[in-house]
Ligand binder design. Sequence first.
Ligand SMILES: NC(=O)c1ccc[n+]([C@@H]2O[C@H](COP(=O)([O-])OP(=O)(O)OC[C@H]3O[C@@H](n4cnc5c(N)ncnc54)[C@H](OP(=O)(O)O)[C@@H]3O)[C@@H](O)[C@H]2O)c1
Length: 308
Amino acid sequence: MAVLILSKPISPDAFAQALRERGFRHPIHTAIADADPAQVRWLMAWRLKSGVVSRLPNLELLMCCAAGVEKLLEADDLPPELPIARVVDDVQALGMAQYVVHAVLDHLRLAATYRAQQAQRDWTRHSVPTAERTVLVMGMGAIGRRIAKALADLGFDVSGWSRSGQQVPGVRIHGGADGLRQALPRSQVLVCALPLTAETRGIVDRGVLSALPRGAFFVNIARGGHVVESDLVELLRSGHLGGAAIDVQQREPLPADDPLWTAPNLTLTPHVAGQLAPGAVVDQFLLEVARREAGLPPMNPVDPRRGY
Ligand SMILES: NC(=O)c1ccc[n+]([C@@H]2O[C@H](COP(=O)([O-])OP(=O)(O)OC[C@H]3O[C@@H](n4cnc5c(N)ncnc54)[C@H](OP(=O)(O)O)[C@@H]3O)[C@@H](O)[C@H]2O)c1
């Protein structure tokens, strides 16, 4: 019985080390060439190529070592009965909520304007609208709910959008395409916290962004693939959007000639909103292994058919 860790580009060594520190008593491999495929019972991975899983005849659990699973599900040879789990980490969700709160307040409290004024020794005051601010969070999962709570606690009027329309305490929930259409025109801030699936790829396009009120602010902490970036740049340039903060881009690392770098009122960060400690990932892996041994389904299951 052995675990295989194929987490690149995330280094597998930190996961292997965290497993050893927790007294994991089975062989740990970080390359398929080093493992006896018949011995591999558990696979931890982030991106998975087709043809890997079919070489592991006794695999019992596939564990994504991150929250987003779209790269894992690129493999086309995942047996339908193979249990798949992913990481759901409160500390990561809190970090992402902090990122969004910071981005939204930085924009609404005119931080860039005051930094520029300070450089000019300019003491001009600007009024900050005190009316309630409306926010729509697309995706009411582990991360979207934490973001919604953080903003609601600060007095924002928060709505959420999800596939099922399942109720979340303290948040007005919209479901389906109609729900989104109705919610956008009254949302001064739009936050994307969706998983990247066939249904959500390119979902934040000209239609969605231009349905927001003029001057709205957009934050993306999910995946670059959710956004039609040329539409985002155009709506920032036209002034329809008042600003945006994007932690994720379609091309990562972002090439130096990408128009996003110079889009007006855009803050761009290199996929750092939610960081996971290797120990947190390994603890969840061990929990999922124990559940599997006890004949229980994963605590944080992934459904390859729906893509998240
Ligand atoms: N930037 C970073 O550093 C970073 C770090 C971690 C994660 N992420 C990203 O954040 C994403 C969200 O993570 P999570 O843990 O919150 O995911 P999750 O718990 O799986 O939640 C996904 C949410 O999106 C909704 N959804 C899915 N497909 C939809 C659709 N077609 N239309 C409307 N709603 C839809 C789901 O609806 P239901 O409630 O109806 O199922 C659910 O509310 C991850 O997939 C990952 O890509 C980014």
